[in-house]
Structures are given as C-alpha cells and as structure tokens.
Design a protein around this ligand. Structure first.
Ligand code: PTJ
Length: 262
C-alpha cells in the first residue's frame, strides 16, 4: 500500500525516499534486503544530522578530482543506488565521461535488465554488466558481484560505488583499482576499505558531486592532482567519527532537542 505523504509532515523527505524504494522493490529493481540496508542507512543519517558534513565535502572534492583525472572511470550501480539516484547517476556519468555498469549482490538476469532499462529511460545510451556482457571475473571474490564487464569495471582505473559490501571493495583494491565509495556508515567494511570514502547519504552526495564536477572541470591536471595528493582518507574518516562524537555529546547535554509544543 502506498500513501499520499502530507507535504508538511516533519519527516516528508525521508518518507518520500522510503516510498521510492518500496516502489523500486515492487518493480523488481530493489531486493527486500535493500530495504533493510536502507534502514541501517537512515539510522546513521539521523546520527550525522541528515546533512552533508564538512569531511564529506572534502571527500567529494577529492573523489571528483580523481574521477576527472581517471583514464577509464566506471560508476557501479546496484538496485538501491539506481532507484535513489538514477537521474543524477546519468548526469554525473555525463559530466565525468564515465561508463555505467550494473553490478548486483543478489544478481538475477531479470534485475540486471530492469535496472539497465530504467537507466536507459533516464537517458544513458549504454549500460554495461548485463547478461553476457558480465563475463570477466574479479579474482578472490565469491559473491555474484565478482562478475563484471570486460569493457567496464574489469578494465577501469577508478570505480565509484555506493551501498556496497566491503568484500568487493577489498577485491577491487587488490586488483589495483582506485575505489571511491559512498557509504553513510563510516564503520562499514566498504567505508574502511575504499581509497576515498564519502560518508553521506547518496541522495545528497551525488548532486553535490555533479556540482563539483562542473566546477573542477576547468582546472588543470596539476591542480586536480594536488587535490588528490592532499587528501587523506584515514584522517577524513577520523574527522567523521569526531564529528559524530561531538554532535552526540552536544545532544546528550541538551537531552531534548526537538522543539515540543508547550
Ligand atoms: O541491489 P543489490 O542486489 O546489489 O543489493 C544491494 C544491497 C544494498 C542490498 C547490498 O549491497 C547490501 O546488502 O548492502 P549492505 O552490506 O547492507 O551495505 C549497505 C551499506 O550502505 C551500509 O553500510 C548502509 O549503512 C549504507 N547505506 C544505506 N543507505 C544508504 C547508505 N549509504 C549512503 N546512502 C544511503 N541512502
């Protein structure tokens, strides 16, 4: 059952996003496990304060600089990511001149095709990793995520992914790829394993990446390289955790922080 969400509901956007995922689930794009994953994400977003925090902005800048410098960047898309950010993924790929590849943990031919179809409707001409296109294998990975396109992730130098399990991030790094992950949970294996981790909700991070790509596009290669060289993912993850700790300390002092009617 879907409901009309009142515009003045205090949690309007959060409910709209849930409806999107439920719709994607009914369409066979999102798996039930994706709804659980979203709940975990929502919990972390609450803790962060549902906004893009300073360390995430730093990570976004470094990530976009690296993607602009890449020879063969690929954006890896799963069910949740497609439904939450489809239009913006297509726009970002255009800005970065990146390929888009479907890569699923709960892989079925039907879902691959549905996600590719959905992205094509949004304007992308080719989506990699569908059916026979996913014939290359990521070594030492045993989930369905190991199957990738020989024209995509397999030969990519930089891979952007979101809402992932840490195993593939680790395996991609072992292959020598530079991995940029968007994950709202700074403690996840993906967040810990990536070269650059953007700790933010994908629905906020991708539009910010598009803006940043427009801004950085005119910069010289040397300037972009400097941005990447000056970035330290360990330090940035540490800053995220410090931010969470300070925010929770502040809230703990206040106790009640939502204005209640008198
Ligand atoms: O479509 P498939 O078959 O590839 O399956 C996709 C899911 C998401 C089910 C699969 O990749 C999975 O099980 O993921 P995990 O291991 O639950 O990891 C998801 C990570 O994404 C967790 O660390 C969540 O906190 C985080 N996350 C959830 N929602 C968001 C998010 N990060 C950013 N933005 C979100 N909206």
């Amino acid at each position: 059952m879907s409901i009309e969400i009142p515009k003045n509901h205090p949690r309007y956007w959060s409910l709209v996003i849930r409806e999107k995922l439920v719709h994607g689930f009914r369409e066979g794009i999102v798996v039930p496990q994706g709804l659980i994953a979203h709940g975990r994400g929502e919990a972390f977003d609450y803790i962060i304060g549902e906004k893009t925090i300073e360390p995430a902005l730093k990570a976004i800048e470094a990530a976009v600089a690296k993607l602009l410098l890449a020879k063969y960047p690929v954006i890896s898309v799963n069910g949740n990511f497609a439904v939450l950010c489809g239009e913006d993924i297509v726009k970002l790929a255009e800005e970065l001149n990146a390929r888009i590849e479907v890569n699923l943990f709960y892989r079925t031919r039907e879902r691959e095709e549905k996600i590719a179809q959905y992205l094509k409707q949004l304007g992308v001409s080719e989506v990699l990793g569908v059916g026979d296109d996913a014939q290359c294998v990521i070594p030492e990975l045993f989930s369905e995520r190991r199957r990738v396109s020989c024209r995509g992730i397999y030969i990519a130098d930089v891979v952007l992914l979101a809402l992932e399990d840490g195993d593939r991030t680790e395996a991609l790094r072992k292959m020598g790829k530079f991995v940029i992950a968007i994950d709202i949970n700074p403690f996840s294996r993906t967040a810990q394993m990536a070269n650059i981790t953007i700790v933010d909700n994908v629905v906020r991070a991708i539009p910010k990446m598009i803006e940043k790509a427009k801004e950085l596009k005119s910069r010289s290669k040397e300037e972009l390289q400097k941005i990447v060289e000056n970035y330290d993912n360990r330090r940035t993850l540490g800053e995220v955790i410090s931010y969470i700790r300070s925010r929770l300390d502040e809230l703990a002092k206040k106790g009640v922080f939502i204005e209640l009617p008198k």
